[in-house]
Design a protein around this ligand. Structure first.
Ligand SMILES: [Zn+2]
Length: 322
């Protein structure tokens, strides 16, 4: 009887969680501008510090493309790097509350050779992520094309979920943006305006939502080192950048996490931090392929980048200001 009861409790608890998480396929959870199971009703309350993993630019196919200029040599290296990242995430204590990949999931642009195979392989690898660590995807320029069209956006949404949405984890509000709308919206002005309007509503609502922190994720960084730097390939045009940074700061955004640069970088706009994270796939700077562990603390957000072989098994959630 005792054993039966225990089993029943265990099974029903398991079913409750698994049922909820498994009901929606892994890459279909970002829908209706939210993320399945990570809403304010279930995750709106602050229950203390936690950690999550932020990676960027898995970009299956770039290593071969960049170093050999032959796209047909495959992406086995990227696959091995993903496996290391997933193994480390699955072993981490405390368990990361989610794993987010900030864009350029694969290298081949929409409709080009290798794209479907790269997507298929990436999705297969992430199936090994612990089912209790939600995977959150952000779209990058390689995912949508440098000049997105309605079709490339629709294809991405179909394959990976919404291109922009918000979600809640442990009392913190997270906003995921489609940064391609800031880079080149020329073919999708209508979609860009919809995101603008939605974002304004999200930011206005955040101030009265009671969120502990407000955090943004996007692919292309607003700036690399200095909010006043000039435009180059890896950042957003200055006038729009300064307007948006001011908007985020006024709304109380604490941190903006990005990728795209394939190097670690970032800086501050007032007391708002922008963090640029190097690649899970092909690095272009000194840092080796890796990911960032982010700690959400009472009064601060701290983070460290680790090469895939150096990711810690234990994360200390202490507040340096205490
Ligand atoms: Zn990119």
């Amino acid at each position: 009887m005792g054993i039966e009861m225990r089993l029943e409790v265990k099974v029903s608890h398991g079913l409750h969680y698994q049922g909820d998480a498994m009901a929606v396929p892994l890459f279909q959870r970002a829908r209706n501008r939210g993320y399945h199971g990570l809403d304010k009703a279930t995750e709106g309350e602050w229950k203390g510090p936690f950690c999550f993993i932020q990676g960027a630019d898995t970009q299956y196919g770039m290593i071969a493309d960049f170093f050999t200029e032959k796209a047909d040599t495959g992406w086995q290296e990227e696959i091995e790097l993903t496996r290391k990242a997933i193994a480390a995430a699955n072993k981490m204590t405390p368990r990361p509350k989610f794993f987010i990949v900030c864009g350029d999931l694969v290298n081949s642009f929409p409709g080009t050779e290798g794209r479907e195979e790269q997507e298929k392989d990436l999705k297969r690898e992430f199936m090994d992520l612990d089912s209790e660590i939600p995977l959150v995807c952000v779209c990058g320029n390689h995912d949508l094309g440098n000049t997105p069209t309605r079709q490339t956006v629709a294809n991405y949404v179909d394959k990976f979920g919404d291109d922009y949405f918000s979600f809640w984890v442990g009392g913190v509000k997270f906003i995921v943006l489609n940064s391609q709308f800031y880079e080149d919206p020329s073919q999708v002005m209508e979609l860009k305006e919809k995101q603008d309007q939605w974002l304004d509503e999200q930011l206005a609502g955040a101030q009265t939502s009671g969120c502990k922190h407000l955090v943004i994720f996007q692919h292309i960084p607003w700036f690399l080192e200095d909010p006043n730097e000039g435009k180059d390939y890896f950042n957003i045009e200055k006038e729009l950048r300064l307007k948006m940074l001011e908007k985020f700061k006024s709304a109380g955004v604490r941190t903006i996490f990005c990728g795209h640069y394939h190097r670690n970088a970032g800086g501050f706009y007032g007391d708002m931090e922008e963090v640029v994270t190097s690649a899970m796939g092909c690095p272009l700077g000194e840092a080796k392929s890796g990911l960032r562990v982010v700690r959400i603390l009472d009064n601060s957000i701290t983070h460290d980048y680790y090469a895939m072989d150096d990711i810690p098994e234990r994360v200390t959630l202490s507040n340096p200001s205490l």
